[in-house]
Ligand binder design. Sequence first.
Ligand code: HEC
Length: 155
Amino acid sequence: MRKSGFFAALALSAAIATPVMAQMDVEDQIKTRQSAFTFAGWNMGKIKAQAIDGEVAYNEKQILAAANSIAAVANSGLGSLFGPGTGMDKNDNTKLKPEFFEQPDKAREVAIGFAQAATKLQQVAANGGDKAAIAAQFSEVGKSCKACHDAFRAK
Ligand code: HEC
């Protein structure tokens, strides 16, 4: 049983239970998930600058675009980029801890946490994007990123 709970959870969260394309090779899975997280991080940075730090003027349309992008990553079926053999025990260019494959319940929990928090941020942004509400939910998304990093990303 190599199919992780994480895979199942994110596949379900994308409402797609079957593969949408042939499985990518290990290198491409690693590169693609790193790009996805980098892109999510870029969008988190925009919200932080506007809703938390205030170093950039608050712009509801930009906040909504960023929240949509983060939710899109979270609900894209990311789990299929965490296939067998993509951990740091077998590759030099990744920080995915092998524990990921040994703790499917924990993997499922953090994956669902991310998807739920990101989807809620998207909803808050779509419902007018009140700055205080965005800031509060942004913090919840940040916690969901950290929960997974603490468990499964090497320093
Ligand atoms: C389900 C687990 C999980 C969640 C949720 C998660 N990450 Fe990560 N993140 C990882 C793992 C694992 C890596 C290392 C990937 C690798 O090296 O293959 C990573 C890597 C990264 C990287 C570095 C990418 C690179 O080029 O190496 C950034 C930036 C990042 N995450 C930001 C975020 C942000 C921001 C969020 C929340 C919006 C988030 N992550 C949510 C697991 C997660």
